[in-house]
Design a protein. Sequence first.
Length: 75
Amino acid sequence: MCAVSALKRGVFFSYGDIRLGQGRENAKDFLRQNPDLMNEIEVVIRQKALSGEIALPLDMGVESDGGAAAVEEEL
């Protein structure tokens, strides 16, 4: 969708042309309410990590929340 998975522009978080929310908590709430988009972003982040394009923290993994923690860390 875009070269960068999630962007923060001022106080807004965006993914491509999709505005996720104003502020971190609103963006996280938006992603929780839109699990398909959250999963899409997670796949992009993991692909970029596997290719070496970005580095992920060592303690990042699939959480009991269905992976929301992985996406939240990138936001």
